[in-house]
Design a protein. Structure first.
Length: 372
């Protein structure tokens, strides 16, 4: 009997390709068929002929694709046979609709994590470990120094900062990535106030890049407190009461002058590192990430029971070395995913730098030496 000798996914110049099903996973260039983990731009390429993604993420993906893009969806856990591959999507806990992609072929199971986190998030389904033979994991914060405080404690800090600003006559300008982080911030602050039975100091306002995504979340059934676009606020608005949520790219622009005296803050995993807040020239930094931290990364890898781990985007070499020293078959895999870079930095003006690892080498698979 002929045994399939091709690995389930191969790295190509277009992205991760599944030959047995003739589709790509999160391609970075337009392809015929794309299976998508989530709607952040480094995972959702424009111009593909056909997309498959989790139903919960349909509205946000639709908002980011061409009007006539062909998009099919699957419920979490719902199987679909594509060619010789059984495919299913499982919650990744990263943003609304984010999914891990499970691929099964001839008894072998591969899982592509996309971006993920383990902490609870009221705006999306929680991460579920998926047992597999091969796990392709993000590694954005793959160093032991990255450990997240509990989200509840961070939301309490944000609420206290907002109250303090109000008491001192300053508007509160809070920066976070417009898809996912902004909605998590808005929902989290409101929930924390509700649970501590304290009232919000004032109303929540949003930058124009964020409010349409809030609407996508609401239309998908996610509960968010009322928010108003800054441009639609009353002319007599007292901004010292307001929490204004905006993407990081708005920081330092003339747009911020309309609020008068203000305090600025970033919410990002990078705020864990001393000096980042100062470099970003903000008054406060809140450590809140939609990516897995170091202990979470190790726990997630362990929970899959995977024999082989490929680490993409982030501190891949350090994490691979750590895992290898503990007897696991862990390797790095170059991709064009950017992780949380776009949450804390302005978008790059130039296309991403050339890859340091060639992309035309197939990922070693079940039949390759390293796998055993
Ligand atoms: Zn992402």
């Amino acid at each position: 009997m002929q045994i399939a000798r091709t690995p389930l996914l191969q790295s190509t110049e277009y992205g991760l390709y599944c030959e047995h099903g003739d589709f790509f996973v999160d391609p970075w260039r337009p392809v015929e068929r794309a299976v998508i983990t989530h709607a952040h731009s480094d995972h959702l390429a424009w111009g593909c002929s056909h997309y498959l993604l989790a139903k919960a993420g349909f509205a946000v993906a639709r908002a980011r694709l061409a009007r006539d893009a062909s998009v099919d969806t699957l419920e979490y856990g719902e199987p679909l046979q594509i060619g010789g591959v059984r495919i299913s999507l499982h919650p990744a806990g990263h943003i609304l609709g984010s999914a891990q992609i499970r691929l099964q072929h001839m008894g072998r199971v591969w899982v592509v994590s996309g971006d993920y986190k383990l902490e609870p998030d009221p705006t999306c389904a929680s991460f579920e470990p998926v047992p597999c033979h091969v796990f392709i994991s993000e590694c954005t914060f793959g160093l032991p120094i990255y450990r997240w405080p509990t989200p509840d404690s961070v939301f309490q800090q944000i609420l206290d900062w907002w109250k303090d600003n109000h008491a001192n006559g300053r508007a509160s300008l809070l920066y976070g990535y417009s898809l996912g982080k902004a909605q998590r911030l808005i929902a989290g602050v409101a929930k924390t106030a509700q649970e501590s039975q304290s009232s919000l100091p004032g109303s929540i306002h949003t930058h124009g890049a964020i409010e349409p995504l809030n609407e996508c979340y609401r239309s998908s059934g996610v509960e968010l407190p009322p928010t108003t676009r800054v441009s639609q606020a009353d002319k007599s608005m007292d901004w010292s009461k307001a929490l204004v949520v905006a993407p990081p790219s708005a920081h330092g622009t003339p747009w911020t002058r309309q609020f008068g005296p203000s305090s600025s803050a970033f919410a990002s995993g990078w705020m864990r590192i001393r000096g980042t807040r100062r470099r970003r020239a903000v008054d406060r930094g809140f450590v809140l990430s939609d990516h897995v931290d170091w202990p979470g990364l190790m726990a997630a890898i362990d929970a899959t029971g995977a024999e082989t781990i490929y680490l993409t985007h982030g501190y891949t070499h350090a994490a691979a070395r750590w895992l290898s020293e503990r007897g696991l078959d862990a390797q790095t895999l170059a991709t064009r995913y950017q992780g949380e870079r776009d949450e804390a930095e302005p978008p790059p003006a130039e296309p991403p730098a050339p890859m340091t690892q060639t992309l035309d080498q197939p990922i070693p698979g079940p039949d390759d030496e390293g796998f055993r």
